[in-house]
Design a binder for this molecule. Structure first.
Ligand SMILES: [Zn+2]
Length: 638
């Protein structure tokens, strides 16, 4: 049986190579109805059946090789969903191809899809639909072998009364033609045709539909690929301005570090606020939270992360949830290397410093579940990978790779290895062990005994399976950009016994700081004993950090001001923070989990009822994944 702990599919016996979706989006009834036709490769002689993962789908009929077939949907496992068993003709030989078509509909319980009412969009005129399939929700959108070990090409015909986007190359109508093929938006049905010719894991299958428009970015000379941006018309100017300068340039720099981009199209889609992540690297079409539209391009570096996934994750893919760090650790490491190339070496160190604070917070969050503090997590069959979702695979992983880079002798000897690693495994799905074997193999061929000795000096056991709050090695980073932020934090710390009227702080103390330096200043303050409430209020009124539009800064202020749950400052700002994440005033929920989960958890420590009431009030506006995890955070479910 296959060893993906989150899937019931028999993908080691028979595996999908291509799937063809024919879907109709039904906004009125909030469902997708249609079919999925799988081209399956038989991998073992005489297998009796194919097993797909499904979750909360209503099945209509199944055909195998064009003939009506029986099928069985097994009882639902709470995490893995319902296995769909389809019997196959006897005598199948390894290597043969077989076609299976499943007609079905999604349901209200679908965890992959979020349906927004028109009021929850920017334009407030049309509904909106978007998917989030990572880690294990593709099965709620379509019957698939929902393991990243299975890499599939796909094609799609999607009929919709609103423009529809998918994580693939648009065949028709053209992206840069008239919106909705010139038909009436919200009324006329148009069929959108997409094709993804490069095999991808199922978690990268994505759809979005709404009143969205496209603007291409200027093409870079000599590049075959194109870049552009999608959003609702109300945001397209702001979104284009925020990302048009940097996206293609970042992608070209990443190509210089790794190998050429092979997906042909790299587009961005700015979603409504309930999108639960900062970004999601769906193939050809990165999904982004609108919280990145800071208006000053200060948060554009998130693009460096998402586009790096084109190689690490979308190209070389983790075999299953236990090896998730191969995607995120590598992506985070390369993202920070890009910052060094694009900005300065100091930016790279600074980014590790910021990452380490988030890493420390998440390691502390799991003190009672030390298994999730590990880099390589041995999940039990049917365990929910979302319970382990944290910054640990990102930052512990990136630190391991940085430690390797330094141990092996720096970038000059490390980057050729990176290219060899990507070229070797491009298009494949691998485990940590396969990654490590290749690493040793590469340095045996390129460096020999000396490099192998260096590799042997690494405490692999501690890096892969170590628990606790510390990294196995004390890491040093370039801290030049952090120093001024640290100094200001120190001044506040040493002024804790001084009366407010005698404090010498000025409103312009932060003027010379970049937005990341402001973040680091507020994070540094959290490393001290909480300041008196009077000082916290003074700081907030001087620096305007509780009203800024930069959500990264505002989050850090709330974390800092709520640190002592029994203080008057915590009482005061808990109400404000709770209101912020449920979109008080703006009518839009700040649904990005990085902000809302952290804030709900912090508010919960100050005042349980306040947190629960705020959440209950806007519960249905949150994405299903965010809702599920916040309910756990607030102890409303286990
Ligand atoms: Zn990522």
């Amino acid at each position: 049986m296959a060893d993906d702990p989150t899937s019931q599919a028999n993908y080691t016996e028979i595996a999908t190579e291509h799937v063809s979706f024919k879907w109709t989006i039904d906004f009125a009834n909030q469902k997708i109805a249609g079919s999925a036709t799988h081209d399956l490769r038989v991998l073992k002689d005489d297998i009796g059946e194919v097993i797909f993962d499904t979750a909360d789908l209503v099945l209509d009929s199944v055909e195998v090789e064009g003939k009506s077939s029986s099928y069985e949907v097994k009882p639902k496992h709470p995490i893995m969903g319902s296995a769909l068993h389809i019997p196959l003709p006897s005598g199948l030989k390894s290597g043969s191809l077989i076609k299976a078509t499943i007609k079905y509909e999604t349901t209200k319980e679908c965890t992959a899809l979020q349906w927004l009412a028109k009021e929850q969009t920017q334009g407030k005129s049309f509904p909106y639909l978007f998917s989030q399939c990572q880690p294990i929700y593709a099965r709620a959108m379509a019957p698939v072998q929902d393991s990243p070990s299975v890499k599939i090409k796909y094609s799609a015909e999607v009929t919709s009364i609103l423009p529809a986007l998918m994580s693939a190359i648009r065949q028709s109508p053209p992206s840069d033609g008239p919106a909705h093929d010139g038909k009436v938006i919200g009324k006329d049905a148009v069929t959108y045709i997409y094709h993804q010719p490069i095999p991808i894991p199922s978690y990268l299958i994505a759809i979005a539909a709404g009143n969205v428009v496209y603007r291409p970015f200027p093409r870079l000379p000599g590049k075959e690929w194109t870049c552009g941006i999608w959003s609702e018309p109300e945001l397209i100017e702001a979104a284009y301005w925020e990302f048009s300068e940097d996206t293609a340039r970042f992608l070209a720099s990443a190509e210089d570090i790794v190998v050429p981009y092979r997906f042909g199209v790299y587009d961005l889609l700015v979603l409504p606020p309930s999108f639960p992540y900062g970004g999601m690297e769906n193939a050809c079409l990165t999904f982004l939270t609108p919280t990145l539209l800071a208006g000053d391009r200060t948060l554009v570096d998130v693009i460096a992360h998402e586009l790096t996934h084109s190689w690490f994750g979308n190209g070389v893919t983790h075999a299953h949830a236990s090896h998730f760090w191969l995607n995120e650790g590598w992506t985070t490491y390369i993202e920070r290397l890009l910052l060094q190339v694009l900005h300065s070496p100091a930016e790279r160190g600074f980014s590790f410093i910021i990452g380490n604070k988030a890493l420390k917070d998440d390691l502390e969050m799991y003190v009672d579940r030390p298994k999730y503090q590990r880099l390589v997590i041995e999940f039990e069959k049917g365990e929910d990978p979302d319970d382990a979702y944290s910054r640990i695979p990102y930052d512990k992983g990136a630190n391991l790779i940085l430690h390797l880079e330094r141990t092996l002798g720096g970038l000059d000897v490390f980057l050729p290895y990176v290219r060899d690693y990507v070229s070797t495994f491009m298009g494949k799905s691998i485990t940590t062990q396969q990654w490590k074997s290749h690493l040793y193999g590469y340095y045996e061929r390129n460096g020999g005994a000396e490099k192998i000795k260096a590799l042997d000096s690494i405490d692999w056991e501690a890096w892969f399976y170590g628990e606790g709050l510390e990294l196995p090695v004390k890491m040093e980073y370039d801290s030049s950009l952090a120093e001024s932020a640290y100094k200001l934090a120190e001044r506040w710390d040493s002024s804790r016994s001084v009366e407010i009227s005698k404090l010498a702080f000025q409103a312009n103390d932060l003027d010379a700081f970049s937005s990341t330096q402001k973040v680091v200043f507020l994070e540094r303050l959290q490393s001290y004993k909480p300041l008196p409430s009077s000082h916290i209020e003074h700081l907030a009124s001087l620096y305007k950090v509780s009203s800024t539009h930069n959500a990264e800064i505002r989050l850090r202020f709330y974390q800092f001001s709520l640190a002592d749950p029994s203080s008057p400052a915590a009482q005061k700002y808990a109400a404000e923070a709770a209101d912020w994440v449920i979109g008080g005033g703006s009518g839009m929920v700040v649904g990005r989990m990085k902000f809302c989960r952290d804030v709900f958890r912090a508010v919960f420590k100050v005042n349980k009822d306040l947190a629960i009431n705020a959440f209950q009030k806007e519960k249905n506006s949150f994405h299903p994944i965010a809702r599920k995890l916040i309910e756990k955070d607030l102890k409303l479910s286990s």
